[in-house]
Write a protein that binds this ligand. Structure first.
Ligand code: ACO
Length: 331
């Protein structure tokens, strides 16, 4: 097992106050039901941002909490890495708005786009910057306003997603430390891009009246195909991170998978040989918050005593791209 170079010094989350339950979809005139959504996904409710809440504003809340818990002030941050599929605007990055609002005057700030796997990619990038000696302290945020890119007329996707942000302060370890990131794994397969994507609204097919009419700037998903790949890739991701850390499922105190769907989570845990009582699940209360889901879950798991200093956790995710990845971390 390698010596960790980076450890989590504090965690936080920024969650909208507004709760939308499965029953609330009836008011939108959608032909769906609580039973259908709950049986297939495990979701009961999700949080939806108010119009004035942005990806950045949720990130600010999460970041301030993580920094307070880590005892780190804005001037100590060397880098802000913000993963999002829902940047507040296309240029410049949402990370620089966060940098400005925190007053992190010494920090580099950039967005990272890897869909639901984005926060694990961001953690791996920040760890790499620490390994190179370039930085000592980073803020790593996953923040998503999925409600802004969801087609509220499409029952097959809009019931799945929710809004929120999670953040950690990552610090370079001192010599000899045993807590921190023990292994990482990242993969992608762009041949599968069209299974889960926003076809229009970017540089290739810019916004136009036609795009607004045909609703191709919203998320489109081939649910059944995505499901099959998700189970396979989450399982592979678990194997790879465990193997690289020279651990097995029985060494893991808590599995924190990307929160997309209960059935995918259960299949992943079974593959990794981790019983469900060691799996942290909050998809029932938040739905799929894309790259915010793992840092939100980590923050909650600490608050609820499911994670403690010394706990060894396996994190794994998959998302649009496709991208997938994993990490073993000792807190
Ligand atoms: N309410 C009622 N019926 C619905 C709804 C709904 N909300 N959505 C779809 N249906 C209907 C379909 O129209 C279809 O009807 P038909 O048989 O008459 O054509 C029927 O239900 C079955 O549809 P399927 O898509 O085959 O249903 P499935 O059992 O596969 O469940 C689901 C759909 C929940 C989306 C599942 O495929 C899934 O979880 N896929 C993975 C999705 C996922 O995790 N995506 C995110 C990953 S990446 C990221 O996090 C960004």
């Amino acid at each position: 097992m390698k010596r960790p170079v980076a450890y989590v010094a504090g965690t936080g989350r920024g969650i909208p106050a507004k709760v939308m339950t499965n029953h609330d979809f009836a008011a939108l005139g959608l032909d769906t039901s609580h039973e259908w959504i709950f049986e297939r996904t495990g979701i009961v409710e999700r949080r939806i941002a108010a119009p004035e809440e942005t990806t950045c504003s949720m990130a600010v809340t999460a970041a301030k909490q993580a920094m307070a818990r880590a005892g780190v002030h804005a001037g100590e941050l060397d880098a802000i890495v913000l993963s999002t599929a829902t940047p507040d605007r296309l240029l410049p990055a949402t990370a620089v708005d966060l940098q400005a609002q925190l007053g992190a005057t010494r920090a580099a700030a950039f967005d990272l786009s890897a869909a639901c796997t984005g926060w694990l990619y961001a953690m791996t990038v920040a760890e790499g910057l620490m390994h190179s000696g370039a930085i000592e302290t980073a803020l790593v945020v996953g923040a998503e306003k999925m409600s802004a890119i969801t087609d509220w007329q499409d029952r097959s996707t809009c019931v799945l997603f929710g809004d929120g942000a999670g953040a950690v302060v990552l610090k370079r370890t001192q010599n000899g430390a045993h807590c921190g990131i023990l292994s990482t794994f990242m993969r992608s397969d762009g041949t599968l891009a069209e299974l889960l994507w926003r076809p229009a609204g970017g540089a290739a097919v810019p916004f136009s009246d036609a795009v607004l009419q045909d609703r191709t700037s919203y998320v489109k998903m081939a649910g059944r195909e995505v499901f099959k790949h998700a189970v396979r890739q989450m399982s592979e991701a678990c194997d790879r991170a465990l193997d690289a850390a020279k651990l097995t499922g029985s060494d893991i105190d808590v599995l924190i998978p990307h929160q997309a769907n209960n059935r995918i989570i259960e299949a992943t845990a079974k593959h990794a040989g981790i019983p469900m009582d060691k799996v942290y699940v909050n998809v029932d209360r938040f739905g799929n918050t894309s790259s915010a889901s793992i840092p939100i879950a980590i923050d909650e798991a600490f608050e609820r005593g499911r994670l403690r200093p010394g706990s060894t956790a396996l994190l794994c995710a998959f998302g649009a791209g496709f991208t997938w990845g994993s990490m073993v971390i000792r807190f």
